[in-house]
Design a protein around this ligand. Structure first.
Ligand SMILES: C[S@@+](CC[C@H](N)C(=O)[O-])C[C@H]1O[C@@H](n2cnc3c(N)ncnc32)[C@H](O)[C@@H]1O
Length: 373
């Protein structure tokens, strides 16, 4: 792979090599065979190169001629046939659709200027991400999936999921996974350091001051960073926002593929009757954790949670009846039959248990704690 040396990092048209963000996106990409894949903002070509393994045809775009030259060399060296197009955002692929789109765009929110082409969109804050999310689904085949890295502002008085939700067009499943939240000073410092600036230099201080002033004016309290997964759907869309802060050892690609399948399954079992007719089983990686508090009599059990020991390590607090219901999920009995048994055992109306349990069951399925048998 060909890219600039890190020593050239302070050049405006620096072409980054394979960095942490590149690897994060590559590891989170769904690797199922597709006919066509678009890599938007290809840089040195790293995402397109990975895509060559599972996509029959790969198109890569970039706004920077220097990046395109590097990418062309990368593909030639790797004997990979990639269609390379020059232009901003989705302009080079106007009117075209793809089975899959991946993008590690210039996502760093700041004032509307471009200090580094790899980092700055040139538009205010997260405006470029908003436009991209609105436009991307129009370039997906039915059922096609877009995966990108993104950064959104946490604005005073506004919930970040509401902000991102307002950018989503109709007819898309969306999974927005927030991986980091930085306060303004950390955000600015991180990206100045990333650009190789000496934070104590007068130039860096002036830039940081202007950047922080801009954040203050825009009422920015923090900046979120994470993954966005979009899938074109004709069904009732599933739109999910969640935090997954901290390290995740397992690559998120298989998890994302699983999330898409589980969302499809839930859509096909959207009614209570359909869900109650399904036999489910607890995923093999799931354990029940109980925890206790110290007291005069020694340890007293204070609660329990089911937790996946793989992937995102999702964890859900459960009460006694929920734990009992999960224990019964061994693939033999339909969920409805288990609810009936539980109703008898706890002397409660089955309808009451259904009302309490089904929303949680849907969450368990979405998080891969329960899987269809
Ligand atoms: C963060 S780098 C990602 C490079 C590479 N895809 C990776 O994953 O490491 C962002 C890339 O987007 C390109 N870019 C910047 N502004 C763009 C725009 N408006 N339209 C298309 N590409 C753009 C930059 O030249 C750069 O190559």
């Amino acid at each position: 792979m060909l890219s600039d040396l890190d020593a050239r990092r302070q050049d405006r048209d620096h072409v980054t090599g394979v960095g942490a963000a590149s690897l994060t996106l590559a590891a989170a990409t769904v690797r199922r065979p597709v006919d066509s894949l678009l890599d938007l903002g290809t840089g040195c070509g790293v995402q397109a190169l990975h895509a060559g393994r599972h996509a029959a045809a790969v198109t890569a775009t970039d706004v920077a001629p220097r990046a395109l030259a590097m990418a062309r060399a990368t593909f030639t060296l790797n004997d990979l046939d990639v269609e390379l197009l020059e232009g901003p955002w989705l302009e080079p692929v106007t009117g075209r659709r793809f089975g899959q789109i991946v993008s590690n765009p210039p996502f760093v929110p700041g004032p509307a200027r471009v200090d580094y082409v790899y980092r700055d969109s040139g538009q205010d804050g997260d405006v470029a991400l908003a436009a991209l999310l609105r436009a991307l689904p129009g370039h997906l085949e039915p059922g096609g999936v877009a995966q990108l890295l993104g950064s959104w502002l946490h604005v005073r008085g506004e919930d970040w999921p509401d902000r991102v939700r307002s950018w989503l067009p109709p007819g898309v499943d969306a999974w927005v996974l927030q991986r980091e939240v930085s306060d303004p000073a950390l955000h600015v410092g991180t990206w100045q350091r990333d650009a190789g600036l000496d934070l104590a230099s007068p130039e860096a201080r002036a830039q940081a001051g202007a950047w922080l002033d801009w954040m203050e004016r825009e009422r920015v309290e923090a900046v979120g960073f994470g993954f966005v997964v979009l899938r074109r759907t004709d069904g009732e869309p599933a739109v999910v926002f969640e935090d997954l802060l901290g390290d995740v050892a397992d690559p998120l690609g298989p998890e994302t593929a699983g999330w898409l399948d589980r969302v499809d399954w839930l859509r096909a079992h959207a009614t209570d009757d359909a869900l109650l007719a399904a036999p489910l089983t607890v995923a093999p990686s799931v354990v029940l954790e109980t925890y206790s508090e110290p007291g005069a009599e020694g340890w007293t059990e204070a609660g329990a949670a089911v937790a996946r020991l793989d992937g995102p390590r999702w964890r859900h607090e459960v009460d006694g009846p929920a734990a009992a219901l999960l224990a019964g999920c061994q693939g033999a009995l339909a969920l409805g039959e288990l609810v009936e048994l539980l109703a008898v055992a706890h002397d409660r109306p089955a309808g009451e248990i259904v009302t309490a349990a089904l929303p949680a069951v849907r969450e368990f399925v979405r998080h891969g704690v329960l899987v269809p048998a």
